[in-house]
Ligand binder design. Structure first.
Ligand code: BGC
Length: 753
């Protein structure tokens, strides 16, 4: 395609028309110049491809496609290869259906368990979310089709999703809400990125130049096209100038006309429009395809969906009752056992090719009975008769497996949850069954954490999340030990909703939501506060056990431009093969009044398969990003000089080994010292130490380091407290006659030179 020639031959009207969709899912074609229309479709965990001409028939009518587990489950695999494989399969299905862009994945951060759309997002942790998103994108795009990384950015609630203004400071934005997008863009170059509905700090994201151009293109080098979320455009001309190339769906030509008028009136440079068209044509060239379709192997994709579910589900608790004994008398209780909730509600809803419930999957085990327990149509109140029947069946069973969770009425795109509880009827059922039988195994189907007031009364809890079309097979394989569970939580489960750091501010005030908890999202908050949680980030049990040894760092001191290599040995100390997710966290081991840090941050993970008795060495490479925080003065990442903890753990709360490394910054923070700068800060500047030493000699009111003095003595207290003082306050008591101007001059000569 000769893009420049095409641009020169397009009329102004044609150029503008290319910047919005022709229909709900298609772009505009210009036949005379050979510009073809392409189709895009939701995403992210399967195709919601609506039949041609049926675009308006609603969410439930779409061509059958494999329903893979949504992101809240697949992220718990902590498995980049698996996400890549899922992406490849999705890519194949796109090619088969002539879909050129699959809308997803979603890399938004789970700020609160209440977000109605958490099932579509990977994690509360930006590093994990970024790794998963990048692998997903690379997989899909390896088949020649595109993705649309969404919803960019700072979109962590459904309440007022079209008009809520996410207000946060620059550090929080850059440390928590942007890195997953950055990672996905820099590692995987998604063909498109979908801007979100909300505003960021007072400006609609769809017309936010800072996000769409300065950050996305100038800083991260994004090469694709920015697409609006469906209906996210407000002022079209402004959004085009800010960097939004494609408005979706079509805008009934009204916005195209506004673009034409603005160019004609000299309010918008035609170069801006040309740039957008150039990017759109480049996209078509990259992922437009040649019209050939393939047939994919449905059974293979079903097997993959099962594998992903089985390797992601998280065994939260087990007193040894699992795996179940094949000859035990088992009763499956709960409607979800026969009609599971297997995906989230809203635009990501896939029409699955096939569906296997746990009950069907358990067909091979002839000692499994079933009791409905509740009716999915009405879960809030206990169904007295169904519950009584379940209790009666539970009394004489060896094991009761209870299938409970959230229905779409409790959790969906388009609105947020009101609380973190299970439906009242489900809680009541668990309590009633646990009262007559101690061998209760709870299987949860939900897209986001729930409170578990009954946790202590159960023998085991399996967090199955929303398992996709083969989730039932995966659950049964785990219950009976055919699959050794190996998923770990990609989010913390607080004991109660009010423990969550965003609790006081989450819904905001009218259209304004302030992210006041700042960088303290998820385990960054719970771990720094040392607060009890129900299940920590990274937690997940196995039917085997793992031992850790030989944590070795390649150096005890590095510069922030160096790479630190970390190795650790992991051994399967149990009797069955199993996979362990080795997690590496980094935490500042210093306390510093310059920068507030979280106690630890995930900076690496690897999943390893180990046979009983087998040991493998796992290697991590840590660069500056493992130690840095975002400095708002530099508008860039910066490392504080100091000691850092390297922690290897089974979860954020189960740290097996710790080592320490000193990191030296190569980027000194420069500022001008003045008479209001603390002596502590002056001490950090070049020449500061000598300057302070001179003061000790010259002025009697300065306190020299006391000899042999311990914290807790008056001498030590005076010595320490002078570093919190500023020259202005000291000179107020000075009898030497030195003025503030003279002191400033001294600072300028010795420090600010
Ligand atoms: C959702 C997007 C989705 C789009 C198209 C929007 O409402 O936020 O995630 O891709 O609709 O269905």
């Amino acid at each position: 395609m000769n893009i420049e020639k095409i641009i020169s031959e397009l009329t102004l009207e044609e150029k503008a028309s290319l910047c919005s969709g022709r229909s709900v899912w298609n772009t505009v074609e210009v036949d005379r110049l050979g510009i073809k229309s392409i189709m895009m479709t939701d995403g992210p965990h399967g195709l919601r491809r609506q039949p041609e001409g049926d675009e308006q028939t609603g969410m439930f009518v779409s061509v059958p496609s494999t329903c893979f587990p949504p992101a809240s489950l697949s992220a718990c695999s902590f498995d980049r290869e698996l996400l890549h494989e899922m992406g490849e399969a999705l890519g194949e299905e796109c090619v088969a259906e002539n879909v050129r862009i699959l809308l997803g994945p979603g890399a938004n951060i789970k700020r609160s368990p209440l977000c109605g759309r958490n099932f579509e997002y990977f994690s509360e942790d930006p590093y994990l979310a970024g790794e998963m998103a990048a692998a997903h994108i690379q997989g899909v795009q390896s088949k020649g089709v595109g993705t649309s990384l969404k919803h960019f950015a700072a979109n962590s609630q459904e309440t007022r999703r079209f008009c809520s203004d996410s207000r946060m400071d620059e550090r929080t934005l850059n440390e928590i809400y942007l890195p997953a997008f950055k990672k996905a863009v820099t590692d995987a170059q998604p063909a498109t990125i979908m801007c979100s509905y909300n505003l960021l700090n007072g400006e609609y994201v769809s017309q936010n130049h800072y996000l769409l151009t300065e950050t996305l293109r100038d800083k991260w080098g994004f090469e694709g096209v920015v697409v609006s979320d469906w209906g996210a455009v407000f002022e079209r001309v402004k959004s085009l100038a800010a960097g939004l190339e494609l408005e979706m769906p079509g805008s009934c030509d009204d916005n195209d006309k506004k673009i034409v008028d603005a160019v004609r009136a000299g309010l918008l440079s035609e170069d801006v429009l040309d740039l957008a068209v150039r990017r759109l044509l480049t996209l078509l060239e990259r992922i437009g395809g040649d019209g050939t379709t393939v047939v994919f192997d449905k059974e293979k994709h079903n097997e993959l969906a099962k594998k992903i579910a089985a390797e992601s589900m998280v065994l939260l608790k087990n007193n040894g009752i699992l795996p179940l004994k094949q000859d035990a008398d088992i009763v499956f209780i709960g409607d979800f056992a026969q009609s599971p909730r297997y995906q989230g509600a809203g635009s990501s809803q896939v029409n699955p090719i096939k569906m296997t419930s746990a009950l069907e999957a358990a067909g091979n085990y002839n000692n499994v009975r079933f009791c409905k327990g509740y009716d999915t149509g009405n879960c809030e109140q206990a169904e007295t008769l169904l519950e009584a029947e379940a209790v009666a069946a539970a009394r004489d069973a060896d094991v009761c497996v209870l299938f409970v969770g959230l229905t779409p009425e409790y959790e969906s795109e388009g609105f947020d949850r009101e609380h973190m509880r299970l439906p009242g009827g489900h809680n009541s059922l668990i309590e009633a069954v646990a009262a007559v039988n101690p061998n209760v195994v709870v299987v949860l189907h939900n897209g986001s954490p729930v409170e578990m007031p009954w946790a202590d009364k159960t023998a085991a809890i399996l967090e199955a999340y929303l398992g996709g079309q083969a989730g039932g097979d995966a659950v049964v394989d785990i219950l009976f030990g055919k699959q050794n569970p190996c998923g770990k939580l990609a989010e913390s489960f607080p004991k109660k909703l009010s423990d969550n750091p965003s609790f006081l501010y989450y819904f905001g005030e009218r259209d304004v939501t302030e992210y006041r908890e700042g960088i303290f999202v998820g385990y960054r908050y719970y771990d720094t506060k040392d607060m009890d949680v129900l299940f920590p980030f990274g937690h997940g049990l196995s039917y085997t056990t793992f031992g850790y040894s030989n944590l070795v760092l390649s150096a005890s001191s590095i510069k922030d431009t160096d790479t630190l290599t970390v190795t650790v040995d992991v051994t399967n100390t149990g009797s069955v093969p199993g996979k362990e997710i080795v997690q590496l966290y980094v935490g500042a081991a210093y306390k510093d009044s310059w920068v507030i840090r979280a106690e630890k941050e995930l900076k690496g993970f690897q999943k390893v398969l180990l046979q009983p008795g087998e040991t493998k060495t796992v290697t991590f490479a840590l660069d500056k990003s493992a130690f840095a925080y975002y400095n708002t003065g530099l508008h860039d990442w910066h490392v504080m000089t100091g000691p850092y903890r390297i922690q290897i753990g089974r979860s954020s709360r189960d740290i097996a080994l710790t080592a320490q490394v000193d990191v030296v910054s190569t980027v000194p923070i420069r500022f001008k010292a003045d008479v209001n700068t603390t002596f502590g800060d002056i001490l950090r500047l070049e020449g500061g130490k000598e300057f302070i030493e001179e003061l000790w000699e010259r002025f009697p009111q300065f306190v020299q380091p006391p000899e042999d003095s311990e914290p807790g003595t008056i001498e030590y207290m005076s010595y320490k407290s002078q570093f919190e003082m500023v020259p202005r306050s000291v000179l107020a008591f000075d009898t030497s006659g030195m003025t503030l101007d003279q002191f400033q001059q001294m600072l300028d000569e010795k420090i600010n030179k």
